[in-house]
Design a protein around this ligand. Structure first.
Ligand code: PFF
Length: 448
C-alpha cells in the first residue's frame, strides 16, 4: 500500500508542477516550431489555445488528482460513480509518460553532450555544427546510450527520494536556478539590435503564414508543453494539502510555462537575428545554429553556451521526473511494490526501449527499427503527439465534465473561482475541450 503520506508545501507543488510543465517543449521545441511556422501568428494561436483549453484542462487534471489522492487508476476509480467504475482504466493514461521518456531522455542526453562541448570546444561554422550534430545523431549510438543512461540515473535517484525529499527538494532548487539563468540571458539579449527583431518576429502576427498544419502544431504543442493528459499533474496534485487553491495553482503553472517559453524564444531569436542565423531551421535550431553563434563570442560564448545548455538540461530533467512518477506511484499504490523496486523496473523499461530508439536513428541498426517511413523514434513521438496525449486530454475532460459529480468539482473550485468563472471553465471542459481535442487528433492524423 501507499507509504507516501508526505504532502507538498504550496510553493513546492507550484514549483514542481512548473518543473513538470517547463521542459524541452519550452526551450527546444517551442522556439523551433515557432521559427518553422513563421512567428507571430503561430504564437497567437498557441497563446489562445493555452488560455481557452490548456489552462482549463490543467485545472481539471488537478481536480482528479487532488480529490482522488492516489495513483491515477485509483483516483479515477474512487471518483467514478458506483456503476461506472470501468473509468478506472482511463487511469492507465500514465503509461504515456514512459513512452515519452523513451525519446525524451535521449534528447536530454544530447544536451549533456552539448554541455560537454561548451568546455571541449564548440563548432565554429554551420557546416561543422551540422556535422557534429549528425555524427551524434546518426553515428554515435554508444555515446548517446551513455548520456541517456546518465539521465535515467539522475531521474531514478530523485524518484527514490519520494515526493518530499526527492521531487519537491529538486524542484525547489532547480526551478529558481532555471529562471535565474533565463532572465540573465534575456537581460543580456536585450542589449542586441536583434532583440527588437525577435520581438517583432514573435509578436507581430502575419496571418498569411498560418496554415492548418501550423494551427494543429500550435494546439498540439500547447498540450505537450502543459503536460496535459498523461497523469503527471494528476499524480503531483494527489500530494496536495487539503485546502489548496487549484484555480490559482493551475493559472500560475500555465503562466510560468508560457512565460518561460516566450523568454526562451526571445533569447534564441535575439541571438539568431543579431548574428545572422535564420529562424526556420527546425529541430537543429538549438543544436546547430546556436552553438556556432556562441562560438563566435569567444570565452563569453562558451560560458553562455554552458549556462544555456544547463538550463535546458534542468528543464528537461524536472519534466522527466514527472513523466516517470505516475508509473512509480501506480506500482507502489496498486501493486504494493516498494518504491525502490518500482523505480528500478520502470527506469529499466524505458532505458531499454530508449536504447532501441537510439539504434533506430543510427546507421547500421536502422533497418529492423524502421516502420514504413518512420523510425521507432518518429513513430513513438508521433503516437504521443497525435494519439496518446489527445486521448488522455479527452478522457480527463469527459470524466470531469460528465462522470464526476458536479458537486465534487464545485466543492474544489467554486469558492476560489466564483460563480461566473466556474461556469465558463465548466463549459470549456464539457464542450470546448473535447471538441477541440477530437478535431486536433483527427486533423493531425490526416496531416502527417
Ligand atoms: N511539458 C514537458 C515539456 O514541455 O517538455 C513535457 C511533458 C512533461 C509532457 C510531462 C507531458 C508530461 F506529463
Amino acid at each position: 500500500m501507499n507509504q507516501e503520506v508526505a504532502k507538498f508545501s504550496r510553493l513546492g507543488f507550484v514549483l514542481s508542477a512548473t518543473g513538470a510543465a517547463v521542459g524541452l517543449g519550452n526551450i527546444w521545441k517551442f522556439p523551433y516550431i515557432t521559427g518553422v511556422y513563421g512567428g507571430g501568428a503561430f504564437v497567437m494561436v498557441y497563446l489562445v489555445t493555452i488560455l481557452l483549453i490548456g489552462a482549463s484542462l490543467l485545472i481539471a487534471e488537478m481536480v482528479i488528482g487532488k480529490r482522488g489522492q492516489k495513483d491515477c487508476v485509483s483516483s479515477f476509480e474512487e471518483l467514478a460513480p458506483p456503476r461506472r467504475k470501468g473509468w478506472k482504466y482511463a487511469g492507465f493514461l500514465f503509461v504515456t509518460g514512459l513512452v515519452i521518456m523513451t525519446f525524451y531522455s535521449v534528447v536530454i542526453g544530447w544536451i549533456f553532450y552539448y554541455i560537454y562541448l561548451s568546455f571541449a570546444g564548440l563548432p565554429t561554422t554551420i557546416e561543422d555544427a551540422k556535422e557534429v550534430f549528425d555524427n551524434l545523431y546518426g553515428h554515435a549510438p554508444f555515446l548517446q546510450i551513455s548520456f541517456h543512461l546518465i539521465s535515467v540515473l539522475f531521474v531514478a535517484v530523485v524518484l527514490l527520494g519520494g515526493i518530499k525529499k526527492g521531487i519537491e527538494k529538486t524542484n525547489l532548487i532547480l526551478i529558481p536556478f532555471l529562471l535565474f539563468i533565463l532572465l540573465g540571458l534575456l537581460a543580456y539579449a536585450t542589449g542586441f539590435d536583434g532583440f527588437g527583431k525577435a520581438l517583432a518576429f514573435m509578436f507581430a502576427p502575419d496571418f498569411s503564414k498560418l496554415n492548418s498544419e501550423a494551427i494543429i502544431r500550435a494546439v498540439g504543442h500547447s498540450f505537450f508543453t502543459l503536460s496535459i493528459g498523461i497523469g503527471s499533474i494528476m499524480t503531483y496534485a494527489a500530494a496536495l494539502p487539503k485546502h489548496s487553491n487549484l484555480y490559482k495553482a493551475g493559472l500560475m503553472v500555465a503562466f510560468m510555462d508560457t512565460l518561460i517559453a516566450l523568454i526562451a524564444g526571445l533569447v534564441i531569436f535575439s541571438f539568431l537575428f543579431e548574428f545572422g542565423g535564420t529562424p526556420d531551421k527546425g529541430p537543429g535550431l538549438v543544436f546547430v545554429s546556436l552553438p556556432v553563434i556562441f562560438a563566435k563570442l569567444g570565452t563569453a560564448g562558451s560560458v553562455i553556451a554552458l549556462v544555456f545548455f544547463l538550463a535546458m538540461a534542468v528543464a528537461g530533467l524536472t519534466s522527466a521526473i514527472s513523466l516517470v512518477e505516475p508509473t512509480v506511484m501506480y506500482l507502489e499504490d496498486r501493486l504494493g511494490w516498494l518504491r525502490k523496486k518500482a523505480v528500478f523496473w520502470s527506469s529499466l523499461l524505458y532505458f531499454v526501449i530508449g536504447v532501441l530508439v537510439i539504434l533506430s536513428i543510427s546507421d547500421g541498426f536502422k533497418a529492423p527499427l524502421t516502420f514504413g517511413e518512420k523510425s521507432l523514434f518518429d513513430l513513438l513521438e508521433f503516437s504521443v503527439d497525435s494519439f496518446l496525449m489527445p486521448l488522455g486530454g479527452i478522457l480527463i475532460a469527459l470524466f470531469v465534465g460528465y462522470v464526476m459529480k458536479r458537486e465534487i468539482v464545485e466543492g474544489e473550485l467554486l469558492g476560489h473561482m466564483g460563480k461566473w468563472v466556474f461556469r465558463i471553465w465548466y463549459f470549456s471542459i464539457r464542450y470546448i475541450a473535447p471538441v477541440a481535442v477530437l478535431f486536433l487528433a483527427y486533423t493531425a492524423l490526416n496531416v502527417e
